[in-house]
Design a protein around this ligand. Structure first.
Ligand SMILES: [Fe+2]
Ligand SMILES: [Fe+2]
Length: 177
């Protein structure tokens, strides 16, 4: 297979780093709500477990950023804030909304990672294999979210669309800026 375009690889790593960090922030926002106004120890445990995976994912991209001397997105502070707000806000709405938040984001990330995997050649085997593994983790998170009560009925369908649109927009911007 031909060599994967270097600029493309840099965009992939930049956006994935921002996304995984955003995922950590969403879970931090959710855990903040669960340590203050919402009481649900089981949900807290589920979220903590998923957050651990996001930390692994984020650490990988963080080290790639350093190794390859890639500029992280300038909007990290904004994504941090929005991630925290989304996590906190969804969780005070209740467990269904908190879990839908995970399901909606993971559905966007599933497509996003699949699209990257298709474009990365074997000259970037380690990167490719890591993204394949991370995508499997995200699909697992999505399954957990549906098992824990995520739904797209009624009001939640609107929430799903808003989260998906926002996530896709954040992806587009973070690839470039
Ligand atoms: Fe992740
Ligand atoms: Fe995830």
């Amino acid at each position: 297979m031909e060599k994967t375009d270097k600029k493309k690889i840099e965009e992939f790593i930049r956006v994935d780093h921002a996304g995984e960090r955003g995922a950590i922030k969403i879970y931090e926002g959710q855990l903040l709500a669960l340590s203050t106004i919402v009481n649900n120890e089981n949900l807290k445990k589920t979220i903590k477990d998923m957050k651990k995976h996001e930390e692994e994912h984020c650490n990988f991209f963080e080290s790639e950023i350093k190794k390859r001397d890639i500029k992280p997105t300038k909007l990290l502070p904004l994504w941090d804030l929005l991630g925290l707000g989304l996590g906190f806000g969804s969780t005070i709405l209740g467990k269904k909304a908190a879990m839908l938040c995970t399901a909606s984001v993971e559905e966007v990330i599933d497509d996003h990672y699949k699209n990257q995997i298709d474009q990365i050649g074997m000259d970037e085997k380690i990167l490719k294999n890591n993204i394949i593994k991370f995508r499997e983790d995200e699909l697992h998170h999505k399954d957990i979210a549906y098992n824990e009560g995520a739904t797209k009925q009624g009001f939640y369908s609107i929430m799903d669309k808003v989260i998906k649109t926002g996530s896709k927009l954040a992806i587009k911007i973070s690839e470039k800026v």
